[in-house]
Design a protein around this ligand. Structure first.
Ligand SMILES: Nc1ncnc2c1ncn2[C@@H]1O[C@H](COP(=O)(O)OP(=O)(O)OP(=O)(O)O)[C@@H](O)[C@H]1O
Length: 224
């Protein structure tokens, strides 16, 4: 589905601040697989997810989507690929302030031109599934961090993406919400979705939802 082939990523390359966040990473996300990425803080997990999600470009190596190299293509193409095929849950949520939870969830569907009623039903349904339906009209920045995280998950699922990439998606969830999230992952897997999650969360790692657990250490990928 998504392949990273010999991918390295440097920040501030060629300057005294040069830092290699990823080094020669090979990773193939197979359709329908659930992969959990672990590793210490600063190991490169977010960087890897951003590259897999076409939100950043590698310094060297290639990112392929369904076997086609895409990392060199233009931003407009990448944005369309992301919007149609990939849902992304950011570690810091990245909800738009000044908009309600519901408006945030609706946003990804705007470019697809789905009928309004269908969009609204889906967004409200997702908020209910994630048990934040009662906060649908609350302004995003007024939500608790656990609520924001669940709204961010709902937004990532709005376009029913084939691929879900999620950065520490349970970090702000209590035990009950984390358990429901694991159930949601299992349902997404049953529907053939491809999932890559970064997590330190022992609840997620121990849940058995992952087919594969990988570990990043100092930018290098290894089987955990
Ligand atoms: N925009 C940036 N500019 C410079 N360095 C960066 C940038 N983004 C990340 N880094 C560095 O790259 C390394 C990997 O960062 P990354 O955020 O991918 O790690 P992580 O494993 O997700 O960490 P955490 O678990 O704390 O979220 C870190 O040393 C970080 O400081």
């Amino acid at each position: 589905m998504i392949t990273l082939a010999g991918v390295s990523k440097a920040f501030h390359p060629g300057t005294p601040a040069e830092h290699w966040a990823l080094r020669d990473v090979d990773l193939a996300l197979e359709p329908g697989q659930v992969t959990v990425l672990t590793g210490p803080s600063g190991a490169g997990k977010t960087t890897l997810l951003l590259l897999a999600g076409c939100l950043a470009r590698p310094t060297s190596g290639r990112v392929l989507f369904r076997g086609e190299p895409i990392s060199h293509l233009g931003e407009r193409f990448l944005a369309e690929t992301r919007n149609r095929h990939i849902g992304f849950v950011f570690q810091q949520f990245n909800l738009l302030p000044g908009r309600s939870a519901l408006q945030n969830v609706l946003l990804p569907a705007v470019p697809l031109g789905t009928p309004w009623r269908a969009r609204l039903d889906r967004a409200q349904g997702l908020l209910e599934t994630l048990q934040v339906g009662h906060r649908a009209h609350a302004e995003a920045s007024r939500l608790s961090s656990g609520e924001q995280q669940r709204v961010a998950i709902a937004r990532a699922l709005m376009n029913d993406p084939e691929i879900l990439l999620a950065d520490e998606p349970t970090a702000n969830l209590d035990a009950a919400a984390a358990e429901r999230f694991v159930d949601l992952l299992a349902r997404l897997h049953t529907r053939g979705r491809t999932l890559l999650l970064s997590s330190h969360d022992p609840r997620l790692v121990a849940s058995g939802v992952a087919h594969r657990t990988l570990r990043l250490a100092d930018g290098r990928l290894e089987e955990a």
